[in-house]
Write a protein that binds this ligand. Structure first.
Ligand SMILES: *Cc1c(COP(=O)(O)O)cnc(C)c1O
Length: 424
């Protein structure tokens, strides 16, 4: 069986041959490969090809693929039962851990995906404030929630259709999308609609349209305006949570959001999301309060075991310090290649997250990211893949390092980047 023959088969039975659109390689052309096995920093496809992986299943694989501690925890949990639909002790353990690590979260509820987490946050914000409007930022992706698929990044962006068909305009009108890092537009928006805005949702670090950071002072201003207008500030830390620091990006930025959405790393590779915040707000959730939210498989024992094992291992080995070190190695390699080639492409990195923008202009927003040379990126991507290095199949995604990326992996990657940049 080849990748190509299996993809042809997949397309007969699965829309586009994939269960999530960005996997289809539409942004870079060609066809995806099928993975038969993954361990550490490497993937093997069904044709036996070995790749150094910088996608890390889009974020969760922070310890590397199939870490022994997580696999063992899942095996042990599975022996005791796959799902109970009534409380299990692991749910209390992970809730206590999250509330301890992320101080803005006083109570937390587990769900099954990042999408569910952000969806529940905005319902809760509306329930708490009795208001309708949600403000989001252009290029920020918060999952495929109807109200949040407005000027979203990630797959929605790649496909040139930021707004999805099937979303009533009446619903989209309740979402105001403004540019990131633009305090004037933010202030204007509050001036006009302040009394109607239930919540502002922001990717703690926008990482679904490449990777760009908040300008100094932007989040302080955002926090101040939210307080002034009794609007909830929602940090979407689905990607950054437990990855950039123990307490997420909010710990690094010293900003206290009212609600936080989590996912990816928290599940250790199983389908998990979570959302939490101040008691006063979380107490509005059913069964205590009037905001309904539920899930048959929420708090699933295998998923909780995987998440707990991954988070504890990260803490035990000081994962964040080690990842920063690996990140520095990659960054200095990439910067020296760029220097030698005389290319001023923008390289952004935050700990274990990185993005090479194919533009020489600074990137502070979605509009800036759109300046990239996508033809050059496409060639670069395929060149790297042919040489055994797998980056995300889109310019508008973030690369992920894991604890298993070795110095040899990074050296080989830097060398491949050098050769492939010469092709474009
Ligand atoms: C991945 C992601 C989501 C959606 O999570 P899913 O588990 O794919 O539903 C939401 N927000 C951000 C910032 C993400 O990166």
């Amino acid at each position: 069986m080849t990748n190509s023959s299996l993809f042809a088969e997949a397309k007969r039975f699965i829309p586009g041959g994939v269960n999530s659109p960005v996997r289809a390689f539409r942004n870079v052309g060609g066809e995806p490969f099928f993975v038969s096995r993954a361990k550490g920093s490497h993937l093997w496809d069904i044709e036996g090809r070995e790749l150094i992986d910088y996608v890390g299943t889009w974020g969760p694989a922070i310890l590397g693929h199939a870490p022994d501690v997580v696999v063992e925890a899942v095996r042990e949990a599975a022996m005791a039962g796959l799902s109970f639909g009534i409380p299990n002790p692991l749910e209390v353990e992970i809730a206590r851990l999250i509330c301890t690590w992320v101080p803005s979260v006083e109570k937390v509820r587990m769900v099954n995906s990042g999408t569910e987490a952000t969806m529940s946050c905005i319902r809760l914000a509306r329930g708490f404030t009795g208001r309708k409007l949600i403000v989001k930022f252009e290029g920020c992706y918060h999952g495929h929630v109807d109200s949040l698929l407005v000027k979203a990044g990630s797959g929605a962006l790649t496909h040139g259709a930021p707004d999805s068909a099937g979303i009533p305009p009446e619903l989209a009108q309740l979402t105001i999308a403004i540019p990131f890092n633009d305090p004037e537009r933010l202030a204007e928006t509050f001036q006009k609609f302040g009394q109607e805005i239930a919540g502002v949702i922001v990717e703690a670090v926008p990482a679904n349209a490449g990777l760009f950071l908040p300008r100094p002072g932007f989040y302080e201003e955002l926090r101040r305006l939210c307080d002034q207008h009794d609007t909830l500030l929602i940090f979407d830390e689905v990607m950054t949570g437990f990855r950039v620091a123990k307490g997420g990006y909010q710990e690094l930025a010293k900003i206290k959001p009212d609600l936080t959405a989590m996912g990816k790393v928290i599940g250790g590779g199983l389908p998990v999301g979570a959302f939490g915040g101040r008691n006063e707000i979380m107490n509005l959730l059913s069964p205590d309060g009037p905001v309904y939210q539920a899930g048959t498989l929420s708090g699933n024992p295998l998923a909780m075991a995987a998440g707990l094992a991954q988070l504890r291992e990260l803490e035990r080995v000081d994962g964040w310090g080690k990842l920063e070190h690996i990140g520095q190695q990659l960054e200095s390699g990439v910067r020296s290649v760029l220097g030698q080639l005389g290319r001023d492409y923008q390289f952004h990195r935050l700990g274990s997250m990185f993005c090479l923008f194919f533009t020489e202009k600074p990137v502070w927003s979605f509009a800036d990211a759109l300046q990239c040379d996508l033809t050059a990126f496409r060639k670069f991507f395929h060149g790297c893949l042919q040489r055994g290095v797998y980056f995300a199949p889109s310019q508008f995604e973030t690369g992920f390092l894991c604890l298993m990326h070795s110095a040899a992996d990074v050296d080989k990657t830097t060398d491949v980047i050098d050769r492939c940049l010469r092709l474009v």
